[in-house]
Design a protein around this ligand. Structure first.
Ligand code: 5GP
Length: 115
């Protein structure tokens, strides 16, 4: 199967504005931001969607993604005002890139329900 665009970013084959990196996590600015701060937090291992996740197997990795979100929110100065974390899953969930990713959105008032 062809590499996803995010796999190419992990491999540094295409550029991205990286804001956080650890052994297991990469985070970079969304190319088409939907808010003043819009960061994508991804695991370096390939997991296509939330459907392939289990708490038992991936709990520590998901915890690292949340830790990364908190670190980045502080870095970006949006932690105190608040922010939104989103994971789209599958076609009706609005997922476009089939490499698990969490959106970190902030810097403006979010509305609900999401579109
Ligand atoms: P999804 O709709 O799958 O939840 O979100 C995919 C996100 O990836 C979109 O917000 C889109 O703007 C972003 N994106 C797609 N291609 C690229 C790229 O090449 N670089 C970066 N930085 N973001 C991308």
């Amino acid at each position: 199967m062809a590499d996803t665009i995010f796999k190419k970013i992990i491999n540094k084959e295409i550029p991205a504005e990286i804001v956080f990196e650890s052994d297991s996590i990469l985070a970079f600015r969304d190319i088409n931001p939907k808010a003043p701060t819009h960061i994508l937090i991804i695991p370096k291992i390939e997991i296509p969607t939330v459907r392939e996740l289990s708490g038992k197997e991936h709990g520590p990795l998901l915890g690292e993604m949340i830790d990364a979100a908190n670190i980045i929110a502080k870095q970006e100065g949006i932690s105190e005002d608040g922010f939104r974390l989103v994971i789209n899953c599958g076609e009706k969930g609005g997922q476009e890139v089939y490499h698990l990713h969490m959106h970190l959105l902030g810097g403006r008032q979010m509305t609900w329900p999401a579109g």
